[in-house]
Design a protein around this ligand. Structure first.
Ligand code: AN7
Length: 349
């Protein structure tokens, strides 16, 4: 039985025997084959990290960061967030009995993420500024008010997030040829790369994957090579113009012989639909990893096997789907009415 990622990967993590483990048995998420690469003659597998307890990959880093904060006898935690870090921090803080302060950009956080943080009892403070400014405030506030910062600039977050690389290698028995990751603040791509390198040092794998970092075109500082002052994209989770772990991301791409890719909002939403066609409902930021892989495949530049990390659940951001859907109209409870409605819709196969 899966024991949560701290117990599963203890020798690779900064935990001691005495570290109190705050866990919701995160990790151990499905690695699934898909038909997504078939039209391009490549294999696309997906790591469905939306299956974590709060619906995003953030739980991997949070179990370690919150456990270490408890070990250090912190009085509470604080984060800046585009939503998922907040939802995860709020949940793990509740479990640890911590106060949790969440600073959010006042505009553009998806409703469900706000709802999750509220439900877990976090103190939510919307800040009238974009994410990068909010993160700066959170860093200052952590020092001033004696709170532990649980953004990915906290090394324990990165340590926990490495485990996604371990899990992929454990299932495949090797590293994939390439790994595609959506990139916002750049903690995750940095952590994934460290994870693969740890596994190689430990002799668990003998070669490393190429890393593909995917950003939304309107929020693509790493693709452009300079910060973006007013990032714009439908993928609110990665609407970040000045990634905090810039160097780590650049290093992952350079060392692995990989690349950064920018995808348009349309490409992101098309990938979201394609994933839904595989039964996988993800939020737009998540679909970016697949959109970037599709883009490379169209250019004939995709590796023959890509594992895409699906970082967050589709239920996180219902507005994006509703904005594009036509609301179904109701019918009377008769077979005739049902028959006429069914005749107007195409069958799937
Ligand atoms: C679904 O919650 O930055 O490159 O504050 O929620 O490690 O930042 C979220 C980021 C990808 C990007 N996919 O990861 C936050 C936050 C989803 C995300 C990313 C995020 P990083």
């Amino acid at each position: 039985m899966w024991r949560g990622l701290i117990e599963e990967y203890r020798p690779f993590l900064p935990v001691e025997h005495a570290t109190p483990v705050i866990t919701m048995l995160e990790g151990g998420t499905p690695l699934l084959p898909s038909r997504l690469g078939t039209p391009y003659g490549i294999r696309i597998g997906v790591k469905y990290d939306a299956a974590n307890p709060t619906g995003s990959f953030k739980d991997r880093g949070m179990t370690v960061a919150v456990s270490k904060a408890l070990e250090a006898k912190a009085s509470g935690i604080i984060c800046a967030s585009t939503g998922n870090t907040a939802a995860s921090a709020a949940a793990y803080a509740a479990r640890a009995g911590f106060r949790c302060v969440v600073l959010l950009p006042a505009r553009g956080v998806a409703t469900s993420k706000l709802v999750q943080s509220l439900a877990s009892g976090a103190l939510i403070i919307p800040i009238r500024a974009p994410f990068d400014r909010v993160l700066r405030l959170a860093r200052q506030a952590a020092t001033r008010f004696g709170l532990t910062l649980v953004n990915s600039v906290n090394p324990h977050r990165l340590a926990g997030q490495k485990t996604v690389a371990f899990e992929i290698c454990d299932v495949l028995g090797r590293a994939p040829e390439a790994l595609a990751v959506p990139v916002g603040n750049a903690g995750n791509i940095t952590a994934c790369w460290l994870g693969f390198k740890d596994y190689r040092s430990a002799g668990r794998i003998d070669r490393l994957p190429r890393m593909i970092g995917v950003q939304a075109a309107g929020a693509a500082p790493l693709v452009r090579g300079r910060p973006v002052s007013q990032p714009r994209t439908v993928a609110s989770a990665i609407r970040i113009g000045r990634p905090a772990t810039w160097e780590g991301a650049v290093q992952a791409i350079a060392e692995s012989g990989g690349q950064f890719v920018a995808v348009s909002d349309d490409e992101i939403l098309q990938a979201q639909v394609a994933l839904a066609g595989e039964g996988l409902f993800v939020e737009p930021a998540s679909a970016a990893s697949v959109a970037g892989t599709f883009k490379l495949a169209r250019e004939g530049a995709a590796p023959s096997e890509v594992i895409c990390i699906l970082t967050g659940h589709g239920l996180k951001d219902p507005e994006v789907v509703l904005a594009r859907a036509t609301a179904p109209r109701s019918i009377p409870p008769t077979l005739d009415a049902l028959a006429s409605r069914l005749s107007g819709t195409p069958s799937r196969r």
